[in-house]
Design a protein around this ligand. Structure first.
Ligand code: G6P
Length: 612
């Protein structure tokens, strides 16, 4: 995920608008940033820097970049193709340095396009997928930027929002969207293009949201919108009612709720291009080099800590059930102080959002010393763990800013489930079951959307229960890790003491805690262990306990038995735990908010713990 900005307007404002826009979009990625301004005489001034926007600002202060021109583009990067180097930093340009552009998205057929361009003698200066667009626009350019962009778009597969400028047409910007967001802010003789309104709001509240397949041409101080085939479109200008501050969180009060609410999209991003439905298989480009080794493994160990450990706990069940292989989740701070059973027949999968957690780095080294194959599931591109593991898979869900992890958990869990299917197919998993699981994975964004609609019901429940200082969470089989993660969330951000338990464990000690002041949140979907969970709930009710259930939509039995119920859609057993986590995230969020706490930066915690 990256952030893009384009500006046409007043001579004196171009640089400030671009830099301020980037700062607002920094949450989308901060591996590197760059800017290009087209002067009236056709000169292009560009500056780039690795790291956060502040690094770019330092470069700009030192530079002779033109501060007084009408048109510019800018980009803040969350690296996907190519590590965060200056060469890979946007804006990218054509070989004659006349076409410059910024891009958010992934060009899926870039390798093939690159090959074709190289065979015609084009030289590439970066490892990015984006650069092909600049060369293609140049190859089609014949004095009209819009026509050249339109021709280029017919060649591109994948997702993109692009803003393109040409040194031969100073004062013109052409932007197009398919699959990645793009918004135009409109004020008098001034236009701002950006990935979201947060970069526009300080200029104007009048915006046009683009749909896929739409293109805008800003020329001679006017804008025209067409589809990719040049048919004119009339678009409504909408007025935003957010304040400037809230806009940085996409209109939400906190980053946490923004990240919870975007999970339908991040689930989709985690799977994009990775499911091969026909053959009931999974394709992870990052594991190609180790696929043969993986096929020979005799056991799987999944490493993680915090929320990442709970996705590992879920994966332990996935691997045993789906791939039929012994599997174990290991908590990284403990791992190297015991004598773990790890050898060259062990596939170790390290799970980490940040890719920097010191305990996890140490555990990986320990596993490597013992001869294991270690691969990663990491969100942060270029992070330590992504570099020290032999191979791996990125989450592709953009930066997670709030300290408590939410969208990373659901993404990690889906990717781990896909790992289990991949290994399963090497070990005799039937095509039928594999296909059924993959089909349901593809359906997950819809299921997540349905579940997120429960937000206001869950808020009401939080109003009822937010003053309780102790909570128990129970679940069984696939939903046991959900209980653990639900309890962790409310501890982290609500400062509520909570225990995550297996439903069956309750009667072996914990049930002594049950009374009218100790509510239990029971994750009880209609699955193979439903009756057992019902018995566990009965045990609590018999002792005057309060039970809030997360149950399958329309389940009357649970509704009658429990004090409150949150419904999630009917789902396959393997998928249910991932979706069932969402209501628990929402519950913890509302509890913390109602308790008046700093939701995004809870006390004593850090997003990435780089000390042991
Ligand atoms: C910290 C964070 C947790 C996170 C854990 C593991 O404790 O506060 O939210 O789950 O680290 O982080 P990782 O980046 O390795 O997933």
């Amino acid at each position: 995920m990256c952030g893009i900005v384009g500006y046409f307007g007043k001579d004196t404002k171009v640089l400030d608008t671009l830099v301020n826009g980037l700062k607002r979009l920094e949450y989308r990625g901060y591996d590197s940033a760059g800017i290009a301004i087209v002067a009236k005489d056709g000169q292009v001034f560009s500056k780039k820097a690795i790291g956060k926007i502040v690094e770019l600002e330092k470069e700009l202060e030192k530079s002779d970049i033109s501060k007084f021109d009408k048109v510019g583009i800018a980009h803040t990067r969350w690296a996907t193709h190519g590590s965060p180097t200056l060469d890979n930093c946007h804006p990218h340009f054509s070989q004659d340095k006349k076409i410059w552009l910024v891009h958010n998205g992934i060009i899926e057929n870039y390798k093939q396009l690159k090959k074709e361009l190289e065979s015609k003698g084009v030289q590439f200066s970066s490892d990015t997928d984006t650069e092909v667009i600049a060369h293609l626009v140049q190859s089609f350019y014949n004095g009209d930027l819009k026509k050249a962009v339109q021709k280029t778009l017919t060649k591109l597969e994948g997702a993109y929002a692009i803003v393109v400028v040409s040194a031969d047409e100073p004062g013109r910007l052409v932007a197009a969207k398919k699959g990645s967001p793009l918004v135009l802010g409109v004020s008098e003789n001034e236009y701002v293009l950006a990935s979201d309104v947060s970069a526009i709001i300080s200029q104007t509240r009048n915006v046009i949201y683009f749909e896929d397949g739409e293109l805008v041409d800003i020329k001679d101080g006017k804008y025209t919108i067409t589809n990719f085939k040049d048919a004119p479109l009339k678009k409504k200008i909408e007025v935003i009612d957010w304040d400037d501050e809230a806009a940085t969180k996409g209109g939400h009060e906190h980053f946490l709720i923004k990240e919870i609410m975007e999970q339908a999209k991040t689930m989709e991003d985690s799977c994009r291009g990775r499911i091969v439905s026909k053959s009931g298989n999974v394709r992870f480009g990052g594991l190609n080099t180790v696929k043969d080794k993986i096929a020979r493994m005799e056991r799987v160990v999944i490493l993680g800590i915090g929320t990442s450990y709970y996705s590992a706990k879920l994966a332990e069940l996935y691997f045993e059930d789906i791939a039929g292989i012994p599997a174990k989740a290991e908590m990284t701070p403990e791992f190297r102080y015991k004598n773990p059973y790890i050898d060259e027949k062990t596939w170790v999968i390290a799970v980490s959002q940040s890719g920097e957690t010191a305990d996890s780095v140490a555990a990986i080294k320990e596993a490597q010393n013992r001869g294991a194959l270690v691969t990663g599931i990491i969100n942060t591109v270029g992070s330590t763990i992504s570099r020290i593991t032999e191979a791996g898979v990125y989450n592709h869900i953009g930066p997670e800013i709030s300290v408590a992890s939410t969208k990373a958990f659901t993404s990690q869990s889906i990717i781990l489930l896909m790992h289990a299917v991949m290994l399963g197919r090497m070990r005799g998993l039937s095509l039928r079951r594999a296909k059924a699981i993959l089909e349901e994975i593809e359906n997950m964004p819809k299921l997540a959307e349905e579940t997120l609609k429960q937000n206001s019901n869950i808020e009401k429940l939080a109003e009822k229960y937010h003053k309780k200082n102790n909570l128990i969470y129970i679940g069984r089989n696939y939903n046991y890790p959900v209980a653990l993660e639900g309890a962790l969330k409310v501890k982290e951000i609500g400062y509520v003491h909570a225990e995550g338990l297996s439903g069956g464990e309750l009667k072996h000690g914990f049930i002594a805690l049950i009374d009218e002041n100790m509510p239990t949140i029971a994750v009880v979907p209609q699955d193979s262990i439903y009756e057992k969970m019902i018995s566990n709930i009965e045990e609590i009710k018999a002792r005057s306990g309060i039970v809030i259930a997360v149950a399958t939509d329309g389940d009357k039995e649970v509704a009658d038995l429990c004090d409150d119920v949150i419904y999630t859609p009917k789902m396959k057993e393997e998928i249910a735990p991932i979706i069932n986590t969402i209501p628990l995230q929402l519950f913890a969020y509302h509890v913390a908010r109602l308790r008046g706490l700093d939701v995004d930066k809870p006390r004593n915690l850090a997003k990435s713990v780089t000390v042991e």
